[in-house]
Design a protein around this ligand. Sequence first.
Ligand SMILES: Cc1cc2nc3c(=O)[nH]c(=O)nc-3n(C[C@H](O)[C@H](O)[C@H](O)COP(=O)(O)OP(=O)(O)OC[C@H]3O[C@@H](n4cnc5c(N)ncnc54)[C@H](O)[C@@H]3O)c2cc1C
Length: 218
Amino acid sequence: MRHGADYLRAHDLDAAVTALAGGRWRILAGGTDLFPALQDRPLDGAVLDVSAIPELTRITNDDQGWYIGAAVTWQDIVRANLPAAFDGLKAAAREVGSIQIQNRATLVGNLCNASPAADGVPPLLTLDAEVLLRSSAGARQLPLGQFILGNRKTALAVDELVTGLFVPGRRQPASLVFTSLARAVIWLFRSAWWRRGWWWMMRVSSPMRRLRSGRAVR
Ligand SMILES: Cc1cc2nc3c(=O)[nH]c(=O)nc-3n(C[C@H](O)[C@H](O)[C@H](O)COP(=O)(O)OP(=O)(O)OC[C@H]3O[C@@H](n4cnc5c(N)ncnc54)[C@H](O)[C@@H]3O)c2cc1C
């Protein structure tokens, strides 16, 4: 009986596409979804690591729009010089996990994992982002809304990988904001706490005043 995983760290896109055409691989980028999902189970099967493919680590732009490679991390997004329309995406990037997670985890991994809680999906939908896919049969491009098919379901074929995202250029300058539901709930609780806090201070301070002035306190 065979245990353990085959591991291939591709250094160019062609090597990754050729490997995918020849067998079933599990694609690894930052591993921050893939490894926790294993829980106590060991990593088995064949793993194709795409994090060292140089063309996937870049953020570029041309007349058409912006291209974000599949190995671009959340931290790369935070640091990138991007137009104001990406402010919502940057705000989302700063909210993902922690600095350690942001340093490893990729936007594309977030989308391919297709979690309903994925922080990358809402800001990228507002940017009309498209997913760039590649296999030995060629390249295709899908709007993000057609790439994610449901909870943990995407349109990715078994012999395909995502090479990156395309965000079309906008004629009108726009600025977007992002706040997570968790943050909104914390804010609501905090503001409610503050209000309750003031209410308690009123409740305590007015009898105190009355006590000091010698009046009876019930
Ligand atoms: C402690 C912790 C906190 C987290 N907090 C948040 C949070 O606040 N918000 C949030 O949204 N997420 C969070 N996550 C989840 C995770 O960090 C993100 O979803 C992250 O962006 C995934 O990227 P990755 O590169 O690590 O993906 P990986 O784990 O490498 O891959 C995830 C999935 O995508 C597939 N995949 C990756 N790259 C490709 C590719 N190029 N082509 C095809 N398939 C690919 C993999 O096969 C796998 O199925 C957290 C995770 C941890 C462990």
